[in-house]
Design a protein around this ligand. Structure first.
Ligand SMILES: Cc1ncc(C[n+]2csc(CCOP(=O)(O)OP(=O)(O)O)c2C)c(N)n1
Ligand code: SF4
Ligand code: SF4
Ligand code: SF4
Length: 919
């Protein structure tokens, strides 16, 4: 129940649970070898807590105890394990010094040096109680001071840290390497992978250890023998050499020769390489993979380079094992050709390595001036360090300074990331462009935008900011340009694929050739105004001249969800309140420090928050009720002011039209301006004026939205969603329907259709997709629409506008292709996939508008055409979620495919009946 480890005559011990006790055990050995008398009790059975067994486990010599809890219970007298230990000693009547502390919260790494700090605190005559370790709490001063990291003895241990890009194959290759080492040698191995919260294309860090002795190190690698950078874009983004030990190997994936290394490596990197006497190698895995025909898949090249440099097992054995693994991974799924390409990559990984002689002059280089100097203070002090993976070192005071202690975070920080991870980005050819703006509509990252310039703006434009006369009604006075942000583009190709120009007006070009566009982008988004006379929500084209209040999220390249979110913010962003269920949309919608929801120059933008998974609709309902309560009071105060003849015309205008979305902002601004000039000695009047001034942000009409995926809306949050829809209140819901739980790796939901393979439906889902829209329609007073942007952007726009304008509850269910679907055409064609899905009758477009009933019309409009031909089965075969079933269970797949087809037809027929129904 309680395992003791340490000196038999220990005077100070730590009591803790789970993996941290391994770190403490090794720290105990380290300290006892240096003359201390310390130990640790590892609690194995926490409940029921046996005081008798606990006391037996503690050596009689112990004088002081530190209890570590990995939890924080605000308002309690202490954390749970600490309280239990105190109770044991109190009830046993044994005097003992007991202190409690917290560690490892928010996934903080807990290292041996931190455990030394805990023992050192305990050794004080008056040790600090209620302490924290692993953070720098310079506000309430609870944290312990931690000394430099210590290296615990483990003879023959090799540690490695490898920096990769999500979905570049690095993590898979490292898992594979560690398995090869584990299987072909007697060594112990350990692998731990750290991911940022970008959906894909984010940072991955692989921490690997292997050696002849057991490894008790549940903390991240530092002082590594081998560090590799698998992505050249990371060179000046992260301090990777910091993790390297003296004399260690540093491998960089890049095609730079010595002159280019001199030019592109930051001084701090060069200096550390020299100071640490690093063995520095490069390999141009990108070119090698491309030459072989593997495109961007550099993993096999780099895996083989790793084995060559790490020198753990004979290279011919490593090659044999790597090739075996390649065969097992790719043969069945992708065939012999892909296997052969990867074999070639393994061979080239050995020969492609270049040793770089580090010039002695690098040792004395001074760091360049930080490029962050011109950025806002919050970005400089908080966002930049976090993005550099140095957020762990930020003290608590910095969050106090910027007002983040309550969990709020400034909007629009994603624009400072400038990730530059695309291999290719689009280049615009104005001579071919027909100015439809579809590219901007479908871009999942808001990285391509049309701009309209007047004469004055044109004069200030930077060099080569080519424009052409804008085409279309009301546009003749402007110049038009489609601007790309090369550093924010994910390279998905959606824009170029959708471009309907006769000869494509967008061509994907290597990132390096488009970097000059970055300055032009800054001019286009910062110095060119939104042209109010033509930017509006009436047409798809004109909607794209509006500012997106959602930009540069960490969604996957080609994500089907984000274009809808972006569009909704373009229409209502400056007055939106959004609650988000857990899911991809919460992961890319707000993963600290990145906030893609942004503001305009006046500071208006969506207020966004995520509560939980299950209560998202209720959370939005709470927003609405809170706002209503304040608005009602505002209404009363303004009525009172009007009766008192205070700014009467402005008050009356507000009372009459303040809730009209079209004019609400203007009328509210006029009211605020009019009331600001009023001074009154009357107590009641001045109180009313103060109340309006204090709550002026609630004057304008708000647009309350709940966003979430099908896992939320169809399953886990359905009860709450149904309750909120039934309330009849003015709430809007956007369901991003990927037909699986995407964020957690593709579990099946009630939205998953029969025949699809998903987690928990590995043999193909047996039951029919739930018709959420139909269920909502049954109330008769809920606005319901099903949309698919790629099939009919105008219908999508119309449905979103109608939903928002409808004064009761509205739900828009949007079809979203996702990486989990395994689309054979690739994510860059997700818009085309939406179109195909509608054409073949897999997905249906409709709008149900209760307002039409009052006009004596049929509220239901079927917007999809009758499905063409019998292409549904062929469509399903183009997505692995269905195709895989056919491969693995051909008989069963026939039955389930037939079922999926008849389910879809049944749905279509039911919609048709509704559409044909006389009112
Ligand atoms: C109550 C609860 N259960 C499980 C989770 C873990 N979780 C987070 S996101 C997610 C999947 C969300 O799927 P979906 O709603 O379809 O949204 P998507 O990711 O597809 O956009 C799950 C299961 C959670 N956060 N809360
Ligand atoms: S390639 Fe993708 S991310 Fe880049 S601009 Fe085009 S649509 Fe946007
Ligand atoms: S999609 Fe093509 S034609 Fe349309 S605006 Fe974009 S670049 Fe021009
Ligand atoms: S919905 Fe799918 S494609 Fe979009 S971010 Fe999530 S996993 Fe990626």
């Amino acid at each position: 129940m309680f395992n003791y480890y340490g000196a038999e005559d220990a005077t100070e011990i730590i009591i803790a649970m789970c993996s941290v006790t391994e770190t403490i055990r090794d720290t105990v050995d380290y300290l006892n070898a240096r003359g201390r008398k310390v130990g640790v009790i590892d609690v194995h059975l926490y409940r029921p807590f046996s005081a008798e067994h606990f006391l037996k486990a503690v050596p009689k010599t112990v004088k002081k105890i530190a209890v570590l809890d990995r939890t924080k219970e605000p308002g309690s007298m202490g954390e749970p394990l600490y309280q239990d230990v105190c109770t044991v000693y109190h009830e046993a009547g044994i005097p003992m010094t007991i202190i409690g502390g917290r560690y490892g919260l928010s996934s903080k790494d807990t290292t041996p040096a931190q455990m030394v700090a805990v023992f050192d605190n305990l050794a004080q005559s008056e040790p600090k109680n209620d302490f924290t370790v692993g953070i720098e709490d310079d506000v309430t001063h609870t944290s312990l001071t931690v000394g430099p990291e210590i290296k615990l003895e483990n003879k023959g241990l090799t540690s490695c840290k490898i920096w990769g890009l999500g979905s570049d194959g690095t993590v898979g290759a490292n898992k594979n390497s560690i398995k090869i080492i584990g299987h072909t040698t007697d060594m112990y191995t350990q692998a731990y992978f750290v991911y940022d919260s970008k959906k894909s294309g984010g940072l991955t860090q692989s921490h690997l250890r292997f050696g002849p002795n057991p490894i008790h190190a549940p903390y991240l690698v530092s002082g590594a023998d081998f560090v590799a950078c698998h992505n050249p874009a990371y060179i000046d983004k992260y301090d990777m050499v910091k993790d390297l030990k003296d004399g260690g190997v540093f491998l960089m994936n890049c095609g730079y020769d010595m002159d280019e290394l001199e030019k592109y490596l930051p001084n701090s990197m060069k200096r550390q390489l020299a100071e640490k006497h690093a063995q520095f190698y490069t390999i141009d895995a990108i070119s090698i993979a491309r030459e072989i025909g593997l495109g961007g898949r550099t993993n096999s090249v780099l895996q083989s380079a790793f084995f060559k440099l790490a020198n753990i097992i004979p290279m011919d054995k490593a090659v044999e094992e790597m090739k075996k693994a390649i065969y097992n991974t790719y043969y069945i799924k992708k065939g012999q050709k892909v296997v052969d390409l990867n074999y070639a990559a393994v061979d080239r990984g050995i020969t492609g390595l270049k040793k770089i002689e580090i010039p002695a002059s690098w040792a004395s280089l001074k760091d360049e001036k930080p490029t962050a100097e011109n950025l806002p203070d919050f970005i400089k002090d908080v966002v930049v360090p976090m993005n550099r993976q140095e957020g762990e070192s930020l003290p608590v005071s910095v969050f106090k300074k910027y007002g983040n202690l309550d969990g709020t975070w400034p909007a629009g920080t994603s624009k400072y990331e400038k990730r530059g991870t695309a291999v290719e980005v689009p280049e615009w050819d104005m001579t071919k462009c027909i100015q439809c703006n579809q590219c901007a509509l479908v871009c999942p990252h808001a990285a391509i935008r049309p701009v309209l310039l007047d004469e004055e703006e044109l004069k200030k434009a930077p060099a080569a900011f080519d424009t052409t006369g804008a085409k279309g009604t009301g546009l003749q006075n402007y110049q038009y340009r489609m601007q790309v942000s090369p550093y924010d583009c994910s390279g998905c190709g959606s824009c170029a694929n959708i471009c309907p120009a006769k000869e494509k007006a967008l061509t994907m070009k290597p990132l390096a050739t488009q970097l000059q566009e970055a300055a032009k982008w800054e001019f286009a988004v910062n110095d060119v105004t939104v042209k109010k006379d033509v930017a509006n929500s009436k047409t798809v084209k004109n909607s794209q001249f509006l500012k997106p209040y959602f930009e540069f999220s960490g969604a996957c390249a080609g994500c089907g969800e984000t274009p809808y979110i972006k569009l909704v913010t373009q229409l209502f962003g400056d007055r939106m309140y959004i609650t988000n269920a857990s899911g991809c949309s919460s992961a890319y919608g707000g993963s600290t420090p990145s906030s893609p929801y942004c503001t305009d120059k006046k500071g208006f933008g969506p207020a966004w928050a995520m509560s939980l998974f299950e209560d998202n609709a209720e959370y939005a309902y709470g927003y609405l009720l809170g706002q209503d309560a304040i608005k009602k009071q505002l209404h009363d105060k303004i009525t009172f002011l009007s009766e008192q003849n205070i700014a009467k015309s402005a008050c009356d205008a507000y009372l009459e039209k303040g809730d009209n979305a079209e004019v609400s902002r203007e009328i509210s601004d006029e009211l605020i301006a009019a009331l600001k000039t009023v001074k009154s000695g009357n107590k009641e009047i001045s109180e009313a004026l103060d109340f309006v001034a204090h709550n002026e942000e609630y004057l304008t009409k708000k647009s309350v939205w709940a966003f979430g995926g099908d896992g939320w809306a169809y399953d886990i949050g359905y009860g709450g969603l149904d309750h909120v829809l039934a309330s009849g209140r003015d709430i809007n819901v956007l369901v991003l329907d990927t037909e699986v739980y995407s964020n957690t790796g593709g579990q099946s939901s009630k939205s998953t259709a029969a025949g699809a393979i998903a987690k928990f439906s590995a043999g193909g889902k047996e039951t029919k997709k739930k018709d959420l829209g139909m269920m909502a329609m049954s109330y008769g007073y809920v606005y319901v629409a099903q949309v698919a942007m790629g099939a009919d952007p105008a219908q999508t726009l119309r449905a979103i506008r109608e939903a928002e304008a409808y004064p009761g509850p509205s739900i828009v269910i949007a079809y979203c292709p996702c990486i989990e679907h395994g689309m054979k055409c690739g994510m860059g064609k997700s818009q085309m996939e939406e179109k195909k899905a509608v054409d073949v009758g897999y997905w249906h477009l409709y709008r149900y508008n209760p307002d039409l009933k009052a006009e004596g019309k049929n509220p239901f409009t079927l917007d999809s055409k009758t499905p063409t031909g019998d292409g549904l089965a062929d469509f399903m075969r183009t997505e692995n979620r269905y195709a895989a079933l056919e491969l693995s269970f051909p008989e069963k797949s026939k039955r389930l495919f037939d079922k999926a087809i008849s389910d879809s037809q049944e749905r279509y027929e039911s919609y048709k009946r509704l559409a044909e129904k006389e009112q």
